[in-house]
Design a protein around this ligand. Structure first.
Ligand SMILES: Nc1ncnc2c1ncn2[C@@H]1O[C@H](COP(=O)(O)OP(=O)(O)OP(=O)(O)O)[C@@H](O)[C@H]1O
Ligand SMILES: [Mg+2]
Ligand SMILES: [Zn+2]
Length: 500
């Protein structure tokens, strides 16, 4: 009696796959069967769709209705198929024309009253539709702004099923996405807020300029948290491509501001040390949610009080930090989320955490070693800059002399990054050891002498040796010099006295 197809998108991790929602209307006892590997939410879609259609003032076809989602093997989760299911059924029943839907993807959850509700992951879903050559996307009104960020596809929005039906009957318009607001604003943090603490400010600038991971050790109140929070303010803004990627992750996490969703600033995520492993690396049932690690993609993952994180959490970070992606295995498919982050750790040097610093410490040497050893292995191994901070000098904190602003630091950072990119097409943190040792870049013996001496005495490992070199290169890039000098190597060595 009737057949129709409508397109939707299933998300597997960040990757959208096109789904065809086909409907058949046949003679027989009134019934509705949904097939094609639906999970529980999709089965509930049956009831939602029926109620929404009826409450939109439409007649429910009293026939034998079959809805099938193709390809069958693809796991489909969540409620974002409702709109496509409803449209497909109504088109098969002849209640609306099917033709205008041929080149469109429909995304949205239906409320029982026929409203169209926002869903997570609209941005990556619309990207998939665009890549598959579809020309139109119809999305929930609340998700319109993020959908409109995708180039090459026309985005229209609807707040109700009735509006979509009306549009298809040439009875009224869909909604236009809001014109893009100003880019989401920075939260007003500035490096100028950090008084004194030259060593800490220098470490943040170096971390930003070279892309180095950073560990800050120091007594309570030294400004570790303050400094870490200001790292994003001196990082360069995201490229167009990175901005879209980051925004897609946050779309999937359901964490986008509705008005101006495009994320231009490198994200900053600071999971609490009691955070569960799933919240840290991602997971959950259905359309898995990206964890803090992935929400920090192209930005900063800050682990404050790092030794307090559970061993399971620290272990769970190991593989993703290695690979730059999070892999979550599930029964049917592996979900992959991006996770290329700059890591910042902060820690007290010991469990007693006396504000005055080490001279007031009451911990045994063993307790001190144990405390920090929780970080070794997965984390400290990857950190170029391990910096020990002293308590902020009272005269600096009490004085009214503001530190240099983030803007000033950011412009030096941008220059240094450009120099490194020009030299070896990577950040200094990302350059392989092989390249560092290349004849073109090897440092003259007089420059590397202190490093060789420490290596000889067993004070640093070969890996530590390369890290000092990377930081020294960043120092010369910040200064606009062509090669690291002795002073760079000495300062880089000095900055490594984090845990010793
Ligand atoms: N260098 C500084 N300049 C200005 N204010 C500072 C500085 N250092 C610390 N403060 C003040 O002290 C407060 C605590 O700083 P912060 O939280 O960064 O310390 P912390 O090193 O992270 O300490 P904890 O180990 O207790 O977490 C800040 O909110 C700020 O008001
Ligand atoms: Mg702190
Ligand atoms: Zn102590």
């Amino acid at each position: 009696m009737g057949y129709a197809q409508v397109r939707a998108v299933a998300l597997v991790g960040m990757v959208g796959q096109m789904v065809v929602v086909e409907s058949d209307v046949a003679a027989g006892l009134p019934s509705l069967v949904v097939t094609g590997l639906p999970d529980a939410a999709l089965t509930q879609a049956r009831d939602r769709v029926r109620a929404a259609v009826v409450n939109s003032g439409e007649e429910w076809p009293q026939r034998r209705l079959t809805v099938n989602l193709l390809p069958a093997h693809l796991p489909k989760h969540g409620s974002s198929f409702d709109l496509a299911v409803a449209a497909s059924l109504l088109a098969a029943a002849g209640a609306i024309p099917a033709d205008p839907l041929r080149e469109a993807v429909l995304i949205g959850e239906l409320g029982l009253d026929g409203t169209v509700r926002p869903v997570r992951g609209v941005l990556p879903a619309v990207v998939a539709a665009m890549r598959n050559g579809l020309r139109y996307a119809v999305v929930p009104a609340e998700n319109a702004a993020e959908a409109a960020l995708v180039p090459g596809i026309v985005v229209r929005a609807t707040d109700t099923l009735a509006r979509l039906i009306g549009f298809l009957r040439c009875d009224g318009p869909l909604l236009d996405p809001p014109s893009p607001g100003p880019d989401a604003d920075v939260d007003g943090l500035d490096l100028a807020d950090v008084l004194g603490q030259d060593r800490g400010r220098r470490a943040v600038e170096l971390a930003a300029a070279g892309g180095h991971n950073l560990a800050l050790f120091g007594p309570p109140g030294a400004g570790k948290t303050m400094l870490a929070q200001r790292l994003p303010t001196v990082l360069p803004p995201l490229s167009d491509e990175a901005a879209l990627e980051v925004t897609a992750v946050h779309s999937l996490a359901g964490a986008l501001p509705e008005e101006s969703p495009l994320i231009r600033q490198p994200p900053f995520q600071a999971p609490h040390h009691t955070t569960s492993v799933a919240a840290l690396v991602g997971g959950g049932s259905g359309v898995g949610r990206p964890g803090a690690l992935s929400r920090a993609h192209h930005g900063v993952l800050f682990m404050d009080e790092a030794p307090e994180f559970s061993p399971a959490a620290l272990e769970a970070l190991r593989q993703p930090l290695e690979e730059g992606v999070v892999r979550i295995s599930r029964s049917r498919a592996e979900t992959v989320f991006p996770a290329r982050v700059q890591l910042v750790l902060a820690s007290n040097p010991c469990p007693c955490a006396r504000p005055g610093g080490d001279q007031y410490c009451e911990c045994s040497p063993l307790a001190r070693r144990r405390y920090l050893s929780r970080l070794s292995g997965p984390l400290l191994d990857r950190i170029d800059l391990q910096v020990k901070l002293s308590p902020a000098r009272p005269e600096a904190v009490l004085g009214d002399e503001a530190g240099e602003s983030s803007e000033a630091v950011a412009s030096r950072v941008a220059g240094a990054r450009a120099a490194a990119a020009e030299r070896w097409g990577a950040t200094n943190a990302g350059v392989p050891s092989r390249t560092l040792r290349d004849a073109r870049y090897r440092l003259p013996r007089v420059v590397s002498a202190p490093l060789a001496k420490d290596l000889d005495r067993g004070l640093i490992s070969a890996r530590g040796h390369d890290r000092v070199l990377r930081v020294a290169w960043t120092m010369c890039d910040l200064d606009g010099r062509a090669h690291p000098e002795l002073a760079d190597v000495c300062e880089a060595l000095d900055l490594r006295r984090g845990t010793r």
